[in-house]
Write a protein that binds this ligand. Sequence first.
Ligand SMILES: C[S@@+](CC[C@H](N)C(=O)[O-])C[C@H]1O[C@@H](n2cnc3c(N)ncnc32)[C@H](O)[C@@H]1O
Length: 232
Amino acid sequence: MNEKQTYKLTAVGLGPGDPELISVKGLKALQNAEEIFFPASKVDGDQINSHSLKIISTYELKGKLTPLHIPMTGKNREEMYDAAYELIKSSVLEGKKVAVVSEGELLFYSTFGYILRRAQRDAITCDCIPGIPAFAHAGSAGQVSIVEGEESFKVLAKPATFEQIEKELQEEQSLVVMKMKFLKGWPEFLRKQNRNFVYVEKLGTTEEFVCSNPDEMEGREIPYFSLILFTR
Ligand SMILES: C[S@@+](CC[C@H](N)C(=O)[O-])C[C@H]1O[C@@H](n2cnc3c(N)ncnc32)[C@H](O)[C@@H]1O
């Protein structure tokens, strides 16, 4: 790396799914970028699975759109992040205006956290433009306060058992459960709990689904883009 030159990377949180939920600053940064990297769970020729791509494709952008192949599961994750970062870095070192996007908030259960660490290690300056996290949208979608006054709340991601959630629900505080699709039997579990909740799927997309009644969840296949917000 040239010692005198400073290299910069802009990261933009896209919000949970509705393209209009990006910040004005984030959209301007994307419009200004020459290359935009987005995470994709599948890249096979023209076939790309990417929630982020669906969002950014709705904007009029002049920059080249480049996928970062990050499968949802699998081994050697660190090597995968290394490879993604090397792609971004080579574009940054060419002197291009480079942006990286993340669905929701950038630094909340997001690929960009792994990229940021690597960029910091290489002294690449990052301009991080935050996005709305899905759990915040869930409060609005269900029209409930997430927390008020001196209350706290907790987030669980991909809990292994319902017992783990039950234990947290004993605390008198709001609880967000992300990556919930890995547990089966939600309607039965929710019926046993004496707690108000908002369950959301694919917020901000045409397939959005919001409910607060376990009966409405019966028979639904819980998708990856779903979460539950238990309120106090
Ligand atoms: C890898 S994390 C990404 C979180 C994201 N960075 C955020 O700020 O919300 C993926 C999890 O976020 C939640 N999620 C993200 N977007 C969502 C959406 N549009 N609707 C419902 N849940 C969503 C789901 O729990 C999903 O399993």
